[in-house]
Design a protein around this ligand. Structure first.
Ligand SMILES: Nc1nc2c(ncn2[C@@H]2O[C@H](COP(=O)(O)OP(=O)(O)OP(=O)(O)O)[C@@H](O)[C@H]2O)c(=O)[nH]1
Ligand SMILES: [Mg+2]
Length: 480
């Protein structure tokens, strides 16, 4: 006997079927109306589907953005290179941030004064000790401060409060951190001091720019709140003469020299531009913004649309800027996938310095090691490599002042201590590391750069942009 199939009552259907099932006891008229409505709804739904697939097809055709990752040790010039890109391709947006950079430059100035005052205190401490105690200490630091210097020191002490308040203002929750770092000094001497480091590029800038609704226009003049009682501009202006006298004082120069502190070469140095930087209603120039120092903590992505001047073709570019301190390098790897090019910065002038975070490690040796690990990384074996042997201006000055490369790099041997020989030698070293670690041939360019010189950097970056655009187009099979 066949099994009896009973019709399941509606309530037994699953909830979705239940919800879309036709009503029970529907009359023929109601059924016709329902079917008409369902047809109309389907037409709308089909039209939406068609629009979605058209958009998806268009999205697929749209070329992928060109991605560039900036790598290199801390203070190698990554963020400065990014600033150059922004200045070239988004000058309006770059200049709209002048108000924020003004605060960083003020902080850089005060920090340099802080370093000098600390050096003076060390010199004074050593001099004030009895000769027996002095000889067991770094007696070479001792130098007596004359009455003028003691007065200058007293008058400049309030600037340390300005430094504190600027740092507090920058330290928006989650955007910045106080980083205890050391000055990048020679291998033999190091000094502890604090540097502000920034996590998010957006939040800290907002702290120094007037709210959008307050803006009369996008002129920098309107973006700076000149009446802000917390603005250190007036105090800095009033201290200008004292700062200049301090910096020019022969005893101060001797103290810095004895303690191997070379402020002129250090990041965020503005003591030779005090008249400009401390003028009332000071607005930073492009050049000053490039020289301003603000350490990067996290990874920040910058998007810009660049045009190929010959073909008129536009491409989206994404540039990733990372923090270069040793403890931050592990985070780089997650960005290795899918990069079109790496711009690796090696500051060649740092051959006689040690890492701030690891005082036993020579900075040039660290750059070699880092470069080796980048070029040998499997994820990057097809990635175009662009090497910037950066800070050539400091390298020139250093070699000319008599500091010998061979005293820090044994293998340099008896080669001449001039810029051409030294840079040629270093170029060869980096090149051979790349060759030894590149099983698959890849595009490699090496440039000697000065990232604070906008003119020469503009030229190099334009070449890189054009090369990447062409390469990217070929990759996308848009041209052959
Ligand atoms: N003289 C000179 N200074 C440079 C050059 N490139 C960068 N600088 C300065 O060096 C300092 C450090 O540069 P940044 O771009 O902040 O270094 P970074 O690689 O981003 O450092 P992190 O964010 O700590 O990883 C800044 O004050 C720059 O103005 C250069 O070629 N010559
Ligand atoms: Mg940086």
């Amino acid at each position: 006997m066949p099994a009896r199939v009973s019709r399941r009552p509606m309530e037994d259907l699953d909830p979705i079927s239940n919800a879309i099932a036709p009503p029970q006891n529907e009359s023929p008229e109601e059924r016709d109306i329902r079917i008409q409505k369902e047809r109309a709804a389907k037409q709308v739904s089909d039209a939406i589907d068609a629009e979605l697939s058209r958009e998806q097809a268009h999205e697929k055709k749209r070329p992928k953005p060109v991605k560039i990752l900036l790598l290199g040790q801390s203070e190698s010039g990554k963020s400065t290179t990014l600033k150059n890109f922004q200045l070239m391709y988004e000058p309006k947006a770059f200049r709209a941030e002048r108000a924020s950079w003004r605060a960083i430059i003020q902080l850089n100035v005060v920090r340099s004064i802080h370093i000098i005052l600390d050096a003076m205190a060390r010199a004074q401490n050593t001099t004030d000790r009895p000769p027996s105690a002095r000889s067991s200490m770094s007696s070479q630091d001792s130098l007596r401060l004359d009455a003028e210097l003691v007065q200058l020191k007293m008058r400049l002490l309030p600037l340390l409060e300005v430094e504190k308040s600027l740092m507090m203002r920058l330290s928006l929750p989650g955007s910045t951190e106080w980083e205890p770092t050391e000055r990048p000094l020679t291998t033999s001497k190091r000094r502890q001091s604090k540097e502000i480091a920034v996590n998010s590029t957006v939040a800290w800038k907002a702290a120094f720019t007037r709210m959008a609704e307050d803006r009369q226009s996008f002129d920098t003049d309107h973006l700076i709140d000149w009446d802000d009682p917390e603005d250190p501009g007036v105090l800095l202006h009033g201290s200008n003469d004292d700062m200049k006298r301090l910096w020019a004082h022969p005893t101060v120069q001797a103290i810095l020299d004895k303690q191997s502190i070379r402020l002129q070469e250090s990041a965020g140095f503005f003591l030779d531009s005090l008249d400009e930087v401390t003028s009332l209603r000071y607005i930073p120039t492009d050049d000053h913004i490039l020289r301003a120092r603000l350490k990067t903590l996290g990874v920040s992505e910058h998007r810009m649309r660049l045009t190929d001047p010959t073909g008129g073709m536009s491409r989206d570019f994404r540039i990733f800027d990372v923090g270069g301190t040793r403890s931050l390098r592990a985070a780089w790897v997650s960005y290795f996938d899918d990069m079109d090019a790496i711009i690796f910065l090696a500051p060649i002038s740092a051959f006689d310095q040690v890492l701030a975070e690891e005082p036993t490690v020579n900075r040039l040796a660290d750059s070699y090691k880092l470069w080796t690990s980048i070029v040998s990384n499997k994820l990057l074996q097809h990635t175009n490599m662009i090497l910037f042997l950066n800070k050539v201006d400091i390298m020139h000055a250093k070699l000319a002042s008599g500091i010998r490369l061979s005293d820090f790099v044994d293998s340099y041997g008896r080669r001449p201590n001039d810029f051409d020989s030294a840079s040629r030698y270093l170029k060869k070293q980096f090149n051979s590391i790349l060759k030894q670690n590149s099983p698959v041939p890849r595009i490699f360019y090496c440039h000697l750069t000065n990232a604070i010189d906008t003119k020469s950097t503009r030229f190099v970056l334009a070449g890189i942009k054009d090369m990447l655009m062409r390469f990217h187009l070929q990759e996308s099979h848009l041209i052959l």
